[in-house]
Design a protein around this ligand. Sequence first.
Ligand SMILES: Nc1nc2c(ncn2[C@@H]2O[C@H](COP(=O)(O)OP(=O)(O)OP(=O)(O)O)[C@@H](O)[C@H]2O)c(=O)[nH]1
Length: 381
Amino acid sequence: MQLEVIGIGGAGCRIADAIRAAEPADHSFLTDVFVFDTDAATLQRTVVPESHRHQYGQGTGIDADDDLERRFEMGETHAEELLEALEQGTPGESDAFLVAVGLGGATGGGTAPALVAALQRRYDASVYVLATLPADREFDPDADAGDTGPHSRTTAAAGSDEPPRPTAASNAVATLERLEGLASAVVCFDNEAWLRPGETVSDARDRSNRELAGRVAAVFAGGGGESDGPVAQNVIDASDVERILGNESAIVALGYGDQDVETKRSRFGLGLLPTERDVETSEAVSAVETVVRKGVHGKLTLECDPETAARGLLVVGGPPTWLNRQAVAEGRRALQSTVGENGVLGGDAPRPDGETVFAAVVLAGVESDRLEELRAADRAA
Ligand SMILES: Nc1nc2c(ncn2[C@@H]2O[C@H](COP(=O)(O)OP(=O)(O)OP(=O)(O)O)[C@@H](O)[C@H]2O)c(=O)[nH]1
């Protein structure tokens, strides 16, 4: 499928960059990548071409201290201007939009709802939101001290230059509420769960953005995309993604698992080039089983019980000789037994030059305690 990515605010711009970098050279799935921010410096740090960067909000009397309500108004004021900026690309050719934003701040979270609504009005395509959730340490000064829960840290980020964001949880909750009924679906990435002990969000952000971007590329490039290589047995297209993500602002978690595989037989010493090696059925089956298990039951972008998902999608990719059809079908049945019979689609994504077998998993309509925690932090604020 063909996806247009729009990053707004600091996090959104960096994530958009990371998705651009994660696009497989032989398997393009992006129409355009745009970045929007009120801050010129953030835009300049992206690798997105100048024509696809747009600074907005200058001279409108908005400053860094303005609260989110005021930023929602600003978003309304600038939504049409941002739609115009997209005309530098080919928005009409996209099967879907993905608006990337870091919840917790004011710029991205303030602009996204109005932009999503404007995109839905103008285009006949789904508008998904990719939203990071703030980490506890951003808004809770006690998050490191005496926290023995699942998100505990062993070292405080002493001397961190990351300014606290006391309103991060409230901002995140308010933006999510605004997106309800506007976004076709909201894919969440919980920064808290992806921090290593002692790290701040800025320490972790490049790694986190790569992890997230890799998952996005695996799902949206799927078995379709623009490729000259072998065709998937079971192509996941835009309508499949639409069916699974839905159009009712479902909360979505992404899972991923991969395993490196040896694709070449070494003829070292014989002066011959390495050749394709034969793959035993049992090792192909085992690789597919392993990555599917990691994808469904491993670390998700948002912690949740996969059984709460209303719908699921499984894409298994890798070198064609490793994509054992029966194992891929069995993987889909495994996801079905977790999510439920009717809401699961599966496909394969042959990557002739790939050296990993991977499974990308979409769990849509999940319930997550983390969102409840942020709502509780908002009520307590
Ligand atoms: N995963 C990830 N999260 C980020 C990144 N940068 C910021 N965040 C998160 O996103 C939230 C919002 O930060 P920004 O995107 O910089 O904020 P903004 O939308 O530009 O808004 P203001 O800075 O308030 O004007 C932060 O509270 C972090 O939780 C990033 O590069 N990756």
